[in-house]
Write a protein of this length. Structure first.
Length: 147
């Protein structure tokens, strides 16, 4: 045997001996037991935040729809609440839990506020959803200057 070959055999035996003495048998199983739940939790967190984002967009759309009914020329706060609630009934059955609608119409402004919580995917994680839309009340103004 050449010296290089003897060195390779010694290194190879040394590596095997080191691995056996180090006792890393079964370490892959232990790592898998630790890492798999963390990966699943990370995946569920991504799904949870996507669901929260979707619920926020639905609430914003319902608030805008309710504002359109509230600020119309002959609109009322109850008409805005009904319009927002109708859209929520159509769109938010899954992603938005316990939505509440509050519409307000004053002399020159109108606003609609929607609050609720996103449906849970991750246990013990409750994400609030809030959307608000406001704008001026539409009025019919006569053109007295008349041109």
């Amino acid at each position: 045997m050449t010296e290089l070959h003897q060195f390779r055999v010694a290194v190879c035996l040394g590596d095997r001996l080191c691995r056996v003495l180090r006792g890393d048998r079964g370490s892959v199983s232990a790592e898998l037991v630790v890492v798999t739940p963390l990966l699943l939790l990370a995946l569920l967190a991504i799904v949870q935040f996507a669901l929260w984002s979707h619920a926020t967009h639905i609430a914003q759309a319902a608030a805008a729809h309710g504002l359109a009914a509230t600020r119309a020329v002959h609109g009322t706060a109850s008409a805005g609440t009904a319009a927002a609630r109708q859209l929520l009934d159509q769109l938010a059955r899954g992603p938005l839990a316990d939505p509440s609608v509050a519409a307000k119409r004053e002399a020159v402004t109108a606003s609609v506020r929607i609050t609720g919580t996103a449906s849970r995917v991750v246990p013990f994680l409750t994400l609030p959803v809030h959307a608000e839309a406001s704008g001026p009340v539409e009025r019919f103004v006569l053109d007295l200057a008349g041109g």
